[in-house]
Design a protein around this ligand. Structure first.
Ligand code: PEP
Length: 246
């Protein structure tokens, strides 16, 4: 069953956000097949309102980041227990926009993943190479390094890794099916070796997934679902992605 996760990024004000979440929830609820798992990750300010809008629909709620500490003097930060308290099941961590824009290191991402798992959240850890790294033939090496540095040693019950080539995020470009297949196999191989098994793992692809390319991407062997940014801001298009493989 594919897992389709929406990342609204820093988009959404009250009425529009609730309307978008309600529309997605209504589609999931009305779908007799129930052959997909869907999550929405709105900005922090909308978590409670979106949570209320999707209640009872089967759609999961997620945050887009959390602090490595549970509480304390960290002005502006939001902790994993706070996300849990706000009704989250999921949290996205290590997104490339945070790695690049907020200079998050692998060690910081790892500390956040540990905090999130300690708080009982299911984590979505993002990895992916830049265009320069891919062109230098270093994509596999870079992603292996990010997995090694960012992921905690302890294997959680439910864990998700999202392969998101940085050059494909928000650009309209997507990796080729062959490159996605090779990277997803590589991710499984790195994790299997280190963690002694892959139980509970889903590996998602992210980067300009849209209604018109979702079928091909979700059909690539080793792709367990998608992390969707821009195309998740319109209910119809997001639903087209959700249903692309069914
Ligand atoms: C993302 O933000 O994780 C993402 C994949 O964005 P987009 O779908 O817009 O490329």
């Amino acid at each position: 069953m594919p897992l389709i996760v929406s990342n609204w990024k820093m988009n959404g004000l009250g009425a529009d956000g609730v309307a978008l979440a309600s529309a997605v929830a209504a589609k999931v609820k009305a779908d007799p097949a129930k052959s997909r798992e869907v999550a929405v990750c709105p900005p922090f300010t909308l978590l409670e309102r979106v949570g209320a809008a999707i209640a009872g629909s089967g759609v999961g709620l997620g945050g887009q980041d959390c602090a490595p500490k549970a509480s304390g003097a960290f002005t502006g930060d939001v902790s994993a227990p706070m996300l849990k308290d706000a009704g989250c099941f999921w949290v996205i961590l290590g997104h490339s926009e945070r790695r690049a824009g907020h200079k998050e290191t692998d060690a910081q991402v790892r500390a956040k993943l540990e905090a999130a798992e300690a708080a009982g959240l299911a984590t979505i850890a993002c990895v992916g190479e830049t265009l320069a790294e891919r062109e230098a033939g270093k994509a596999l090496e870079v992603v292996a390094g990010q997995l090694q540095g960012s992921l905690p040693d302890k294997r959680p019950g439910r864990w998700v890794v999202a392969y998101e080539p940085v050059w494909a995020i928000g650009t309209g470009k997507t990796a080729t099916a062959d490159d996605i297949k090779a990277m997803h196999a590589h991710i499984r191989s790195c994790l299997g070796r280190r963690h002694g098994g892959l139980a509970g793992l889903s590996v998602l692809y992210g980067g300009s997934v849209k209604g018109d390319n979702a079928r091909e991407i979700l059909g690539v062997p080793g792709v367990d679902g998608a992390l969707v940014g821009g195309a998740s801001l319109k209910a119809e298009e997001f639903w087209a992605i959700c249903t692309a493989r069914s």
